[in-house]
Design a protein around this ligand. Structure first.
Ligand code: ZN
Length: 615
């Protein structure tokens, strides 16, 4: 018995060791191939759907269950999304208690009526926004299985993102509208209930046929396969569409290598196309509303410029099409398209397009699990879209991220901050989520430029795209790229800034002059380590930057200001609360300032300068 037990334990240990090693050293991801057909009734806002889904298990584990998301079920009184919105301290004004007031003809639902695996009927249970399925036949590593589902659905009155007849009068904003296989990755299943934000989905190919009234123009994910049939501004100019059947057209779309499929439809859409960079066709679909037409025309060249900026500063947009669609609620990113509100001032219209288009990189192509790492989604997007807007709109701000720094500073000093590693749904307040994901996430990136240098940061972004597009990168994957590019050790940066609420506070403690020597003492007050750039001006008008590398980073950055004197001092080891150095060049120090660029998110800037008020 004992022998047997020991042997079993040893075997179990060996298996576990192999699995762990595999997770740490080799990357895999699941694959889905969807074929869907739906028939939309634009009077009742109901549709019937059919789906054939080929699921390939590339994981090293055998799967005996699968999960689908049924997102529309969130729009029902008493759903988790409804209750969360009514019980959170600062509800999103767009949701509030609106879900609780939906009547049966206004709610959203997806009701599966049939589900088979490889032709055999399956048992399943609808649990809120998730369909739990026990498989008849487990899917072995490397094997594929074919699921067929039929369902009935009702499009909810628009509450957030999805829905019908929103405030701007868009008939159908069809986002997260189909039974969607949950993602399974090295961290297991992610059958997150839909409480209102963030997604993580399986990469694959989509083939979708939408049958809808012939008056409706459709835009969204995927390349239209039959423009000669439906017309509506697709295909070459002057193309005549065919006669509809029973007043309807069937729109056939294919989208290769995406992890979502979204569409919108309206019978009053104007549909323009514009030539973007690298032969990408940009589509613009917006309501025929005289007040917005001029803005939507002027948006088109700006969108092309924005795409060019992202191509250069992250990586080349790999699809041949992108659509900016008036969806009528906020702004949200989807595969090969975005749905935004259209009745905006021009700057705001370009701004929201910049942000949502940037999401095509963060998190569409660089598809992090945004429920777990919302800051890599919203933060990285806020960072790069601020840079893009600064250039495309000629804003020329020396610090386009200053709003993000202010937001972070507010939260970090409020006593309410939660670590960035918090699940997107589990922030105490919507405000905490918003500032953490958008502002602190942007600061993470902008401040990394201060740590490793802007040139290294730019190289990091390009290499991150090259290595991780069309995959599911984690925070560690990102920081490893930054480490490899820069030669810095950066786990302290990732850990402290994303997994703790440690803050940065360095200060100038004192200055003493004896004879020809000035001794300067700096202090570290906050727990988070940082390298220090100290900008010094002398009475004779000259200037010099003293750089104190952080010892645990095991590297030092290049001079970011080649036209200024740059003096690298010995490392500052983190545990030492103070740091002294001497200036004995015969000059008299006039002023001093830690990080004159304001890229280091020091929560107390008061003690960062010396001698400045005398000016
Ligand atoms: Zn965003």
């Amino acid at each position: 018995m004992v022998m047997n037990y020991v042997l079993k334990t040893l075997l179990a240990l060996m298996v576990t060791t192999t699995m762990v090693a595999q997770n740490n050293t080799s990357y895999w991801q699941q694959k889905v191939d969807y074929e869907m057909e739906i028939d939309m009734d634009v009077e009742t806002y109901q549709y019937d759907g059919k789906q054939k889904l080929v699921y390939t298990n590339n994981s090293p584990e055998t799967l005996d269950r699968v999960f689908y998301h049924l997102y529309f079920n969130a729009f029902q009184p008493g759903s988790e999304m409804d209750v969360r919105s009514k019980t959170i301290a600062d509800p999103d004004g767009r949701v509030g208690d609106r879900i609780s007031k939906l009547s049966p003809s206004e709610i959203g639902y997806i009701k599966p009526s049939k589900l088979t695996q490889d032709g055999k009927k399956l048992e399943y249970e609808v649990v809120g926004t998730v369909l739990e399925v026990t498989l008849n036949k487990p899917i072995q590593p490397g094997e594929s299985s074919t699921f067929k589902m039929e369902w009935e659905a009702q499009v909810p009155v628009q509450i957030r993102r999805s829905g019908r007849n929103n405030e701007e009068g868009v008939a159908l904003s069809m986002t997260q509208w189909y039974p969607k296989m949950a993602e399974y990755d090295f961290q297991g299943w992610h059958a997150d209930p839909y409480i209102g934000r963030e997604f993580h989905s399986v990469w694959g190919d989509f083939d979708v046929k939408l049958t809808i009234d012939a008056d409706y123009t459709v835009g969204g994910t995927g390349y239209l396969q039959n423009p000669e049939e439906v017309g509506h501004g697709y295909g070459p100019k002057g193309l005549k569409n065919m006669k509809p059947k029973n007043g309807k057209y069937t729109w056939h779309f294919k989208a290769p290598n995406v992890h979502d499929f979204t569409w919108a439809a309206d019978d009053e859409y104007i549909h323009d196309t514009y030539e973007g960079p690298n032969g990408v066709t940009l589509h613009f679909l917006y309501k025929n509303n005289p007040e917005i037409i001029e803005n939507w025309k002027n948006l088109q060249p700006k969108t092309a410029e924005l795409m060019k900026f992202f191509n250069e500063h992250i990586g080349e947009y790999p699809y041949k099409q992108y659509s900016v669609i008036q969806g009528g609620d906020g702004g949200m990113e989807y595969g090969m398209c975005t749905l935004i509100t259209g009745e905006r001032k021009f700057g705001s219209l370009v701004g929201v397009t910049a942000h949502e288009l940037a999401h095509s990189w963060f998190q569409f192509l660089l598809a992090t699990n945004e429920a777990k790492h919302e800051w890599m989604d919203e933060g990285f997007t806020s960072y790069i879209s601020a840079r893009a807007m600064n250039e495309v709109m000629d804003e020329n701000s020396p610090n386009p991220f200053s709003g993000s720094y202010r937001g972070y500073n507010y939260l970090a000093t409020s006593g309410q901050e939660q670590p960035l590693s918090t699940h997107a749904d589990r922030y105490a307040t919507n405000r905490n989520y918003g500032i953490s994901a958008y502002s602190k996430g942007a600061v993470f990136m902008a401040q990394l430029g201060y740590v490793i240098g802007e040139e290294n940061l730019q190289k990091t972004l390009n290499r991150y795209f090259d290595e991780w597009a069309f995959k599911h990168p984690t925070p560690n994957d990102f920081i490893r790229v930054a480490e490899k590019v820069s030669g810095f050790e950066l786990d302290w940066y990732l850990t402290d800034f994303t997994q703790t609420t440690n803050t940065i506070d360095y200060g100038i403690k004192g200055i003493e002059t004896a004879g020809n020597t000035t001794t300067i003492t700096l202090e570290r007050i906050g727990l988070m380590p940082m390298p220090i750039d100290l900008y010094v001006t002398y009475e004779d008008g000259s200037e010099e930057i003293f750089h104190m590398p952080l010892q645990m980073a095991r590297a030092e950055k290049a001079n970011p200001y080649p036209n200024m004197k740059w003096t690298v001092l010995p490392d500052w080891a983190w545990a030492y609360p103070t740091y002294d150095f001497e200036i004995s060049n015969g000059k008299t120090v006039k002023t001093m300032m830690i990080d004159a660029t304001n890229r280091m998110a020091d929560i107390n800037p008061e003690n960062n300068s010396w001698g400045m008020d005398s000016e």
